[in-house]
Design a protein around this ligand. Structure first.
Ligand code: ZN
Ligand code: ZN
Length: 127
């Protein structure tokens, strides 16, 4: 597991949400870890921090569960499914904050900038 780059705790959360073929394993493992982290934040009701990530365009709360399943399958992981505890809080979030959204072109741009492996995969995928 490559989770070394976020030891500072909850400061950085980023869902790429790109097709798995366009993201290198390192960044997919990272995204997977951040989904678990995000669920931890939801369970801890860290709404200001989560709201900050939403405002930054880094997370989409509606995609957590599906994206997690997709990444676990692709990376051949078998961590317990995201806690059942998030269903309740997520249902009640509407009154607290928007659920966020991801600009996929921004994900591509940032990954291409910071990672040669992702840059190559995105280039191949886009022909
Ligand atoms: Zn997992
Ligand atoms: Zn990468």
């Amino acid at each position: 597991m490559s989770r070394v780059q976020h030891q500072e705790g909850y400061a950085v959360t980023r869902m790429w949400l790109l097709p798995v073929g366009e993201v290198c394993d390192k960044h997919l493992y990272g995204e997977h870890g951040e989904l678990h982290q995000l669920v931890g934040m939801i369970e801890a009701e860290m709404w200001p921090q989560i709201g900050g990530q939403i405002a930054a365009g880094n997370v989409d709360l509606t995609e957590i569960v599906d994206r997690h399943s997709e990444l676990e399958e692709y990376l051949d992981l078998d961590s317990p499914l995201l806690s059942v505890g998030i269903a309740g809080p997520l249902d009640n979030l509407d009154s607290i904050m928007p659920k966020g959204g991801i600009d996929l072109e921004r994900s591509r741009r940032d990954l291409k900038e910071r990672c040669p492996d992702c840059r190559e995969l995105i280039k191949e995928a886009q022909g």
